[in-house]
Design a protein around this ligand. Sequence first.
Ligand SMILES: [Zn+2]
Length: 158
Amino acid sequence: MGLRKILTDKEPALHKVCKKVEKFDWRLHKLLDDMRETLIDSNGVGLAAPQVGILRRVVLVDTGEEIIELVNPELLETDGEQVGAEGCLSVPGKYGLVKRPYYAKVRAQDRFGAWYEAEGEEIVARCFCHELDHLDGVLYTQVMERYLTEEELNADEE
Ligand SMILES: [Zn+2]
């Protein structure tokens, strides 16, 4: 187990398309364990492998009930829309206004290669979309409407 360093948006690794995971071996399990520890340590909602410098299609999402591991995830279905504040551990201290589907359903492999489906609304749907974008080298700052102002951020905290 170990914490991994989270890269910030200047790093080239965050702007590349990640490769599929082919081997469900101890290296993948170690990566997933380290990512889980790093996500918990940084109080994030989700984390993608390129954020720790690994260009593989692996993400973690905290559904509020548990942290789920998504290997080679694909978006299956979306519905509705929501516009709200979104942040990223790789863009520290900033938040943007981003439009996302209200509902999202994904399919992914678990750490042993078995396919399963997961779905969510609101923040979970937002997180699925945000993390899957990371695997194609896309940050929310490239799809947002604009950054939130200091005033808007302070108002949210009250
Ligand atoms: Zn992010």
